[in-house]
Structure formats: structure tokens, C-alpha cells
Write a protein that binds this ligand. Structure first.
Ligand code: C2E
Ligand code: CA
Ligand code: CA
Length: 816
């Protein structure tokens, strides 16, 4: 329990409860004692009084009748007056006994009195019609009974008295016990309170003394009055604080004077040093006021005074401009013919600058011009690659502010060169350079790093936070505003890579930063929708992975790690294999079997698909030439194979070399082929068809304008993509399959469904009129050695009804 108030409250409540309880016990005991006393009066003393009165009357009566001489008493009957007297006395006695009976509670004594009452009444009702002897006997009896009743009541009274006594003793005991208990509890409470209240007060006093710096709190003598002790402690601390305050003021005043003197000495030293300097030099604060200048400066520019504002230097406007622009490295010739190089170093103390003027000799001037020329890119006038690296090195080593680097690549620049001509290409590069310089602002350093690649170094206060925003500004600027070249607007696509958070002195070198730039740029280029990337270590890791695969793929090509597998095309009407599609496999000694889904895209990006495609073409044709007559060979061609080289010549040569009948060769292309230069593609496709080979459209229906392409080029075959076949239960898929089959029928195109995995899919497709299929239901792609087995297995499969329905197989293959 923490609060003293709470402690006091609870203690008070306990004491009040205790005394209340003791009081209750006493009141209760008193009440019962009083009740007993009343009972004694009512039940004992009253009836006793009455009975004793009756006994006295009886005694008188007895004496009266005993006083009658024996002789007389021998008289058998009472006389009339005697009888009357007896009657009167007895009536009186009866009244008293009745009174006693009324007062007595029902019980033993009551019963006794009943008997007595009965005896008296018996004598009374005799109305004196009795003998003296009988009267005497009866009176003696009655008197005995009255005495006995009196004795009984007296006993009762004594018992009552004893009970009162015992009640009183109980009260005494209760009062004593209550008193003693209360005393004990009170003592305990006082002990507890004094401990719990006094201890914190004392410890507060001790802490105060410690705070005040009393030598040893343990040695301090504590007085018995803790409040006085606390007060004393507070006073002690006050005194200590006062003393300290006074001494610190004293110290401050003395040290301020000391520091002042030191500063003045230092200033004097600086003054002497500055004035000894031959180079003119001045300091200008953020607001443009000259705060200091050395003797050389004041000599060179007479009339200028320290404290004046640069805007007031009307005789030296050139100087004003240089300082206002914070010239970084400017060569100027002043009106009096003095040529110098001006450098404004930033002065962080008042956000101003320290301007230093280096006199130039003639030789210096020539050298500088040479430097300028050699650091410039002749086409754009921007910095060249060497100058950019030099700048970057300076920024990394001796720079003062954090910065970031941005690299910009003009996507498909080559296409501009080839389609619009070299002059247009040059114009485009110049325009891009100007646009970037405008975005970078006056302080920005923009360079052309290579053919269509630009670099920017961006410094500034928020260089730590701004890289992402800055990069996006560039992307958006080009996305929104076309560049005008040879008089026409051209939408220029750019990719932007950013390396953020570069700190001077971080130990990074130019090569590392440029490598990171290239990684960010390469990553940006990969995304057509958002060609923007800020470098991060994870990107480096990803990039490294890609590089590794790329390297392995190159080696794989050289080492011949690629192999062809074949997957059958099945004629379900005739129940036999109609041909095979060649699908390439990579058996990497380190990575195991890698899926073409992983390596084909990388090979397409790197262009490695061209040599690989040539291998597939040659090897597949070579193998197919040995297959039974009538089996077709299908080969996949990548769009990249249509770009460089000469695919037409390659196919012609492969056919000639292997003597494969061109009619047996089908070439599969996808719609992505038409994304690049459509006209050129059409020319090549027509040339291929001219060789006598069939052209097949792969993955039909997955692109956006499959139908459009179909109308532009007369394909021989359409392959319904497996995504539609996989889920024929979906209405829209079924509708597409039907539409493609209808289209095939009307355009006289063969249609093949790929990815057929179940007998049910085969049944539905066949019902819809599709006769050629490919899929795991018949066989997975298998190595060349498994070809004969596939032919036999599939034929048997149809015969045995394994694919759902039995078919009359036309014997077609005699041997392989
Ligand atoms: P693709 O040309 O569409 O080839 C069909 C792919 O579907 C093959 O995958 C084949 O194994 C798979 N497939 C066939 N039937 C079924 C089936 O019933 N169910 C399922 N789930 N899949 C089935 P693969 O061999 O992994 O080839 C993937 C892709 O790699 C090919 O797709 C093709 O685009 C490319 N590719 C393979 N070989 C070459 C090649 O020599 N040259 C070029 N340019 N691309 C190739
Ligand atoms: Ca294919
Ligand atoms: Ca396909």
C-alpha cells in the first residue's frame, strides 16, 4: 500500500470498527442485566411480598385459633363470628396468594400456589362450617405450604441474583478483553503507521542530503522528530544549491573572460595568417554581407569594406555576380586586366561562402581551355565519360555532401538510327542531353557516358531522400513530352537506374558505383511497363544470379549440354502419331535438368537463343530425316531468330544438308513475333513458306489480336493453347475452342490442340471436330531413343481403348 492517506484511513476505520464492536457487547450485556433485574422485581420480589403478607395473615389466624383453649377448641364447630372472621381473613389471604400467582410466571412455583390456593379455598368455601381442630390443622398445612412456596421463590430470587452477578462478570470481562484487544491493535497500528510513514520520510531526508552532497548519509545523526529531520534536509539541499549556483556563476564569469581572451588571441592569429596570404580572399554570409576579407582582397578591390553588402558594390558588379552565383570554378578577367580563377568554398558556419581568387598565368589559361575541351562530349557539349568519372571520384573522396547518381538509357535508340537516320539519332541525343540538363538544374553535372547512355551526379541537402523522386521525374518527363527531332515529335522511351545514398568518405570507388549503376539500369530496362530501378543489394544478388546462369548457358552451348526431346502429335481419327515437336532440354552438370521455361527467356534476352535455335534446327532436321515417311517435325522459333542473322538461309541450309523433305517441316511461332517490325517479319515468313515448309501459330488465343495476325499472314496450322484445353468446363474456353475450330474449317487451316491430359478432354475436342492433339495423355516429351516406343505405345493405346474409345487403327508404320 503506497499512500499514507490510505494507510491512515484504513487504520482509523479498523479502530472505529473495534470500538463499535466492544460498545455493542457492553450494551448487549447491560441490557440483559437490566432485564434480569426487572424480572427479579416482577417475578421474585412482588410475589414474595404478597406471599409473606399472606403468611403473616395466616400466622395471625393460626395464633388466633390456637389461642382458643383446648377445651373450647374441643368444640366441634366454629362459632358464627369466628366463621365470619375466618372467612374474611381467608378472603384477604386468597387475594394475596392470587396476586402472587398473577405475578409469578407459569412454572413450578405456579403449580405450588395452585395447590395452596386450592387448600385455602377449600377452607373458605366451608364457610366456617368446620371444627376448630380442622381449622387449626388446615391452617397449619396452609402455612406450611405458603412457607414452602416462599422458600421456592426465595431460591429463585437467589438464582436470579447469581445470574445477574455472572452477567456483570461477563460485562466486566468483555469490557476488559475489548479494552486489551483495542489497546493491542492500536499499538500494532501505530507501530505499522510509524514505520510506513516515517521510513519514506526519513529516506527522503537521506536522499535529499545525498543529493546535496552530504559526506555520508549513514553517519548523519537522525533526530527523533522525522518531520524536523526532513525539514533540515530540505534546508540543507537549498543551501547546497544556493552555494553551487553562486559558485557556478562565479566560474562562468571567470571562464567567459578566459574564453573571450582565447578567442581574441585566435582571431588575431587568423587575421595575421589571412593578411599574410598572397591570394585575395573574402567571406560572405548567407544574406550577402561580407563578414571578413584579407589585406590582399581589400588591396585588389579598393573601396570595399568589411560589413558592406555585395549588392552595394556598384564599382565591382562582376565580383558581385560571381559571389552571388557562388562560382565554383570560374575563370574571370576583371576590367583592369587581372585574370584569375574564382572558387567559392562553402562556409557552413553562416551558410555563406569563402571566395578565393587565384591569379592565372597565361600558361594556366591555355591549360584550362585544353582541360575544358578534353572533358567535353563533342556531340552534346555535356561532360564526357572521363570527366564524369573524375567528378564522381572527387565527390566520393573529398566531397562535402551526400549525393546520388542517375543513369539514363534511351530505349531502342538503334531503331531511331536505322529508321530515321544518323543525323536524327544525333539530334535525339542532343535533345535528351538538354532535357536532362534542364531537369538537373544549374548545379547538376550531366554527362554522356556512352552512345545512348547519360549520367547525372546530384548533390544537395535532400540528396539522401530525393533519389527515387528525382529518377521518377525524369521518367515522367519523357513519358509526357515527346522530343522534337527533324521537325517531328517523337515519343522517346527511356530507362532510368539510380544509385542512392552515396556518402563522401564511405570508401566506395568509381568502378563499384558505375557497376551498381549498370545493374540498376539493366534491371530497369527489363521492365517495359516501369523502366525505373533504384539500386539495392538484393538487386545486385538477383543480377548476380542472372549473370551466373547466363555464363553457364554460354558454356553449355559451347560444351553441347543441350539435348532434344520429342513430343508426339496424334491423329485421333486414325489413332496414330502424325509427327513430333522438338523441345530442347538443358542437362547442366551443376544445376541438373533445367526447365526451358527458365532458360529460354534468358537466352532470348541475351540473344543466345539464336545459336541455340540453330542447333535445334539442325539437330532436329538431322534426326527427322531418319524417321518413317509421313511423320512431321515441328520446331519452335523465337522472335530473336527473326532479328539478326538470316533464319531463311539457316532453314534452307539445314533442309539441304539433311535432305529432309521441306513438306515434313513445320515452324512454330508465337504472336509476340509481330510486336517488333511487322513488315520485316511478314517478308521473312513468306520467304520461309517459299521454302516449302509449313508455318504454325503456337499458343493461339493467348495474345491480344491473334485473329488480326491470322489475317495478315496465311498460317498453315493453329495450335489451340493449352490454357483453353486445361479447363474445357468453362464456357468461355469451350467457346474459344469452337470458334478456333470453326475458323480453321472456314480458312482451311489445320488445328491442333495442345496440353490434352485426359480422355475426357480428348472426347470433347474430338466431338467438336478437332482431329490432331498433343499432350501428356499420349506422351510427355521423351528423348529421341524413345521414339519407336512412343509410336507403338500410342498405337496400342488406341487399340486397347486406353484413350477412351477403340479405333480401327490403320496400319501405317511398319518400322522406325
Ligand atoms: P511450347 O512450345 O508451348 O511447348 C509446349 C510445352 O507444353 C512443353 O513444355 C511441353 O512439355 C508442355 N506440354 C505438352 N503437353 C502437355 C500437357 O498435356 N500438359 C502440360 N501441363 N504441359 C504439356 P516445355 O518442353 O517445358 O517447353 C516450354 C516452352 O519452352 C515451350 O512451350 C517453348 O515456348 C519453349 N521451347 C522449348 N523448346 C524450344 C526450342 O527449341 N526453341 C524455342 N524457341 N523455344 C523452345
Ligand atoms: Ca511449341
Ligand atoms: Ca504452345
Amino acid at each position: 500500500m503506497k499512500s499514507i492517506n490510505a494507510k491512515l484511513l484504513i487504520s482509523g476505520l479498523l479502530l472505529a470498527l473495534l470500538s463499535g464492536f466492544a460498545g455493542l457487547v457492553v450494551i448487549q450485556s447491560n441490557r440483559s442485566a437490566a432485564e434480569i433485574a426487572t424480572a427479579m422485581i416482577h417475578q421474585g420480589i412482588d410475589p414474595l411480598d404478597q406471599l409473606e403478607g399472606a403468611a403473616r395473615s395466616l400466622g395471625d389466624l393460626e395464633r388466633r385459633f390456637n389461642a382458643v383453649p383446648d377445651s373450647l377448641s374441643e368444640l366441634p364447630m366454629l362459632r358464627t363470628e369466628e366463621a365470619a372472621e375466618l372467612l374474611t381473613s381467608l378472603t384477604e389471604i386468597v387475594r394475596k396468594v392470587r396476586g402472587a400467582m398473577v405475578a409469578l410466571p407459569n412454572g413450578g412455583q405456579g403449580h405450588k400456589l395452585d395447590q395452596l390456593f386450592y387448600s385455602i379455598n377449600r377452607l373458605r368455601t366451608s364457610e366456617g362450617d368446620v371444627t376448630h381442630r380442622l381449622v387449626r390443622r388446615e391452617l397449619a398445612n396452609i402455612l406450611n405450604e405458603v412457607d414452602a412456596a416462599i422458600d421456592l421463590i426465595r431460591d429463585d430470587l437467589i438464582r436470579m441474583h447469581e445470574r445477574t452477578q455472572s452477567e456483570r462478570r461477563t460485562i466486566d470481562l468483555a469490557v476488559m478483553a475489548g479494552g486489551a484487544g483495542g489497546l493491542m491493535i492500536g499499538l500494532l497500528l501505530i507501530l505499522y503507521l510509524s514505520r510506513s510513514i516515517s521510513r519514506p520520510i526519513r529516506s527522503a531526508a537521506t536522499i535529499l542530503r545525498q543529493v546535496g552532497g552530504a559526506p555520508n548519509s549513514g553517519s548523519h545523526h537522525q533526530t527523533s522528530d522525522m518531520m524536523a529531520d526532513l525539514e533540515a534536509a530540505i534546508r540543507f539541499v537549498e543551501t547546497v544549491i544556493e552555494t553551487k549556483d553562486r559558485s557556478s556563476k562565479l566560474l562562468k564569469s571567470t571562464s567567459a573572460a578566459h574564453i573571450q581572451a582565447a578567442v581574441e588571441r585566435q582571431q588575431n592569429r587568423l587575421r595575421i595568417a589571412l593578411d599574410a596570404l598572397q591570394k585575395p580572399l573574402c567571406l560572405v554570409d548567407e544574406g550577402g554581407r561580407m563578414t571578413d576579407a584579407n589585406a590582399a582582397f581589400l588591396h585588389m578591390f579598393p573601396g570595399l569594406t568589411v560589413g558592406s553588402h555585395i549588392s552595394s558594390w556598384t564599382d565591382h558588379t562582376q565580383l558581385t555576380q560571381l559571389l552571388a552565383a557562388r562560382a565554383q570554378d570560374e575563370v574571370v578577367t576583371f576590367p583592369d586586366g587581372w585574370t584569375c580563377r574564382v572558387r567559392c568554398h562553402s562556409n557552413p558556419i553562416d551558410n555563406g561562402v569563402i571566395a578565393v581568387f587565384n591569379e592565372l598565368t597565361n600558361q594556366d589559361t591555355a591549360q584550362r581551355e585544353l582541360e575544358r575541351i578534353s572533358s567535353q562530349d563533342s556531340l552534346t557539349g555535356l561532360l564526357n565519360r572521363d570527366a564524369f568519372h573524375h567528378d564522381l571520384e572527387n565527390a566520393l573522396k573529398v566531397g562535402e555532401t551526400p549525393f546520388f547518381v542517375v543513369v539514363v538509357d534511351v530505349v531502342a535508340f538503334k531503331t531511331v538510327n536505322t529508321t530515321l537516320g544518323l543525323t536524327a539519332g544525333d539530334e535525339l541525343l542532343r535533345a535528351v542531353g538538354e532535357r536532362l540538363s534542364a531537369i538537373a538544374g544549374p548545379g547538376g553535372r550531366v554527362a554522356r557516358l556512352a552512345g545512348d547512355e547519360f549520367g547525372l551526379i546530384v548533390r544537395g541537402e535532400n540528396a539522401v531522400r530525393a533519389p527515387e523522386r528525382f529518377g521518377r521525374v525524369i521518367v515522367q518527363d519523357f513519358a509526357r513530352r515527346p522530343v522534337t527531332i527533324i521537325g517531328r515529335p517523337l515519343a522517346v522511351r527511356i530507362a532510368v537506374g539510380v544509385v542512392p545514398d552515396l556518402q563522401p568518405g564511405s570508401g566506395l570507388d568509381v568502378q563499384t558505383v558505375m557497376r551498381d549503376c549498370e545493374i540498376a539500369l539493366a534491371t530497369a530496362k527489363k521492365s517495359a511497363s516501369d523502366p525505373f530501378c533504384v539500386y539495392a543489394p538484393e538487386i545486385q544478388k538477383e543480377h548476380q544470379n542472372r549473370q551466373d546462369i547466363e555464363r553457364d548457358l554460354r558454356e553449355a552451348l559451347a560444351r553441347g549440354e543441350f539435348e532434344l526431346h520429342f513430343q508426339p502429335f496424334v491423329d485421333v481419327k486414325r489413332g496414330c502419331v502424325s509427327g513430333f515437336e522438338a523441345l530442347v532440354r538443358w542437362n547442366s552438370p551443376t544445376r541438373g535438368r533445367v526447365s526451358p521455361g527458365v532458360f529460354i527467356p534468358i537466352m532470348e534476352e541475351t540473344g543466345l537463343i539464336v545459336p541455340l535455335g540453330l542447333f535445334v534446327l539442325r539437330d532436329a532436321c538431322r534426326q527427322a530425316a531418319h524417321w518413317p515417311e509421313g511423320l512431321t517435325l515441328s520446331i519452335n522459333l523465337s522472335p530473336r531468330q527473326f532479328e539478326g542473322g538470316d533464319i531463311v538461309a539457316d532453314v534452307r541450309q539445314s533442309l539441304a544438308e539433311t535432305r529432309l523433305d521441306p513438306k515434313r517441316l513445320q515452324l512454330e511461332v508465337t504472336e509476340s513475333l509481330f510486336l517488333s517490325d511487322g513488315d520485316r517479319v511478314l517478308t521473312v515468313l513468306n520467304a520461309l513458306r517459299g521454302l516449302g515448309v509449313a508455318m504454325s501459330m503456337d499458343d493461339f488465343g493467348t495474345g491480344y489480336s491473334s485473329l488480326g495476325y491470322l489475317s495478315r499472314f496465311p498460317f498453315d496450322k493453329i495450335k489451340i493453347d493449352q490454357s483453353f484445353v486445361r479447363d474445357l468446363d468453362r464456357k468461355e474456353n469451350m467457346a474459344i475452342v469452337r470458334a478456333v475450330l470453326g475458323l480453321g474449317a472456314s480458312m482451311k487451316l489445320a488445328v491442333i490442340a495442345e496440353g490434352v491430359e485426359t480422355a475426357e478432354q480428348m472426347r470433347v475436342l474430338q466431338e467438336e471436330g478437332c482431329d490432331e492433339m498433343q499432350g501428356y495423355l499420349f506422351s510427355r516429351p521423351r528423348p529421341a531413343g524413345d521414339l519407336p516406343k512412343m509410336l507403338v505405345d500410342i498405337k496400342e493405346g488406341f487399340q486397347q481403348g486406353r484413350f477412351g474409345r477403340e479405333v480401327n487403327v490403320i496400319p501405317m508404320l511398319r518400322s522406325v
